[in-house]
Design a protein around this ligand. Structure first.
Ligand SMILES: *[C@@H]1O[C@H](CO)[C@@H](O)[C@H](O)[C@H]1NC(C)=O
Ligand SMILES: *[C@@H]1O[C@H](CO)[C@@H](O)[C@H](O)[C@H]1NC(C)=O
Ligand SMILES: *[C@@H]1O[C@H](CO)[C@@H](O)[C@H](O)[C@H]1NC(C)=O
Ligand SMILES: *[C@@H]1O[C@H](CO)[C@@H](O)[C@H](O)[C@H]1NC(C)=O
Ligand SMILES: *[C@@H]1O[C@H](CO)[C@@H](O)[C@H](O)[C@H]1NC(C)=O
Ligand SMILES: *[C@@H]1O[C@H](CO)[C@@H](O)[C@H](O)[C@H]1NC(C)=O
Length: 378
């Protein structure tokens, strides 16, 4: 495996140097983003445990506004919030911190209601800036999963327009650098795995955000156990449900390369195979495998593989990794699939990458290799 890793590193180095030479603008673009989300509920994983040498930005996940006032009620998380930025600033090297609002587990109807009226948008925006400054964050991030209709996409556009104005005006009046402003978004700009057509407000996201972070994962999982799937496939020869399609859809829509940060999962998704002898990507499944509805942090995938002597395969067609033992099948990304995707992101001139989530790997191996593999604008 080590030889293969070196081979790929060498190969991508060549590709990247060629790309960098051909596209002058790549070298002129802003510094790379190597980010990760820190789940505040992670057990035995305080901010002090974060090795900041592999990252440029760390997101505190998550805060949510009150569902009636749309202000942040932060009394209960105050201690950990005030520790977060001071702890990470005093680490070597220091990283920038952002707090993220929302998340996959949040009640997204709060965003729907808040964003639909100018009055509630203002209360929410003002409260978010207050929290950011009070706790010393360098920026804020919106993780609204997901606006569900064209109307909600339009409201999102208004929210981002007003938020950006508020950020600039706050910076002017306090004499501080403007807060960083980012958003986690769906893997594709307008192709949702759903019946309802909608498209992100491209002008607004481009003008207002410092960058956006497509969540390039969760393409397959426990919600469909009929077939196994590479849940973060870079390519899918049979459908558009892939990272390459998603990122290219953002680029085709006109979002600048320097504003796209590719999502990478530090977790796998598991299935129970219908027939243990049919154990490839797309093989028939009969149910979910181990984990929380099939969700397995990378450390658990590795533990499972080791204990059960799993067969581990790298799939070049999708650029993903999978393992199987008996009737259990797990799709995930290891060092090789992750660094290959990082080569893809650099060849496309993207700004960087982010991981969901920090606490899921045990020895920093993927974070370390990813950081090393990103050689542009470091
Ligand atoms: C707000 O949250 C509370 C507590 O979770 C719940 O009882 C209430 O119904 C919610 N209100 C709205 C408008 O959703
Ligand atoms: C804070 O925590 C206390 C005790 O756990 C709980 O009763 C209260 O509802 C919480 N407040 C908020 C705003 O979440
Ligand atoms: C804050 O950080 C200090 C020192 O790193 C630690 O002793 C304390 O327990 C932390 N508090 C919380 C609430 O995490
Ligand atoms: C499950 O996935 C397969 C292949 O990806 C697809 O053909 C099928 O329609 C899906 N079933 C449901 C219920 O979504
Ligand atoms: C993928 O999307 C393109 C449009 O961007 C469409 O022309 C094509 O038919 C789609 N392919 C599949 C397999 O759905
Ligand atoms: C595989 O390993 C896990 C530990 O990760 C264990 O709980 C499980 O029982 C093992 N055996 C099988 C057949 O899954």
């Amino acid at each position: 495996m080590a030889c293969l890793d070196n081979f790929y590193s060498f190969f991508y180095m060549l590709v990247l140097l060629t790309v960098a030479a051909a596209v002058g603008s790549v070298t002129a673009s802003p510094p790379a983003v190597k980010a990760a989300y820190w789940p505040s509920w992670a057990e035995n994983f305080p901010p002090s445990a974060i090795d900041t040498s592999f990252f440029t930005h760390i997101y505190y996940a998550f805060l949510m506004p009150n569902n009636v006032t749309y202000k942040f009620d932060i009394e209960n998380s105050t201690a950990i919030l005030s520790n977060f930025t001071t702890t990470l600033r005093h680490k070597n090297p220091p990283v920038k911190t952002l707090f993220s609002i929302g998340g996959g587990g949040a009640d997204s109807t709060i965003f729907t209601r808040m964003a639909s009226e100018a009055g509630s948008r203002k209360v929410f925006i003002d409260s978010s800036l207050e929290v950011a400054r009070k706790f010393g964050f360098d920026g804020l991030d919106l993780d609204w999963e997901f606006p569900e209709s064209p109307k909600e996409m339009q409201d999102l556009g208004c929210l981002l327009d007003e938020w950006r104005l508020a950020i600039e005006s706050e910076a002017k009046s306090t004499g501080q650098a403007p807060l960083l402003f980012t958003a986690a978004v769906y893997f594709s700009v307008d192709f949702f795995i759903s019946e309802v057509y909608r498209k992100y407000p491209v002008d607004s996201v481009t003008q207002n955000l410092d960058w956006m972070s497509p969540m390039c994962f969760d393409y397959h999982g426990s919600w469909n156990t009929s077939f196994t799937g590479a849940h973060a496939a870079l390519y899918d020869p049979k459908s558009n449900i892939s990272t390459s399609y998603g990122l290219e859809s953002w680029l085709r829509a006109g979002v600048p390369r320097s504003k796209l940060v590719m999502g990478l999962p530090l977790y796998g998704r598991s299935w129970t195979l219908k027939d243990p002898n049919l154990n490839q990507i797309g093989s028939p499944g009969s149910g979910v495998g181990p984990g929380d509805r099939g969700f397995m942090p990378l450390s658990k995938v590795e533990e499972f593989n080791k204990k059960n002597g799993s067969t581990v395969k790298f799939d070049i067609e999708t650029v993903s990794t999978y393992s199987f033992a008996g009737s259990t099948w797990i799709g995930y990304d290891d060092v090789l699939s992750t660094t290959t995707k990082i080569g893809f992101a650099q060849a496309h001139g993207l700004r960087g990458y982010f991981f969901w989530a920090l606490s899921y790997e045990s020895e920093w191996e993927i974070s370390r290799q990813a950081s090393r593999a990103w050689i542009l604008n470091d």
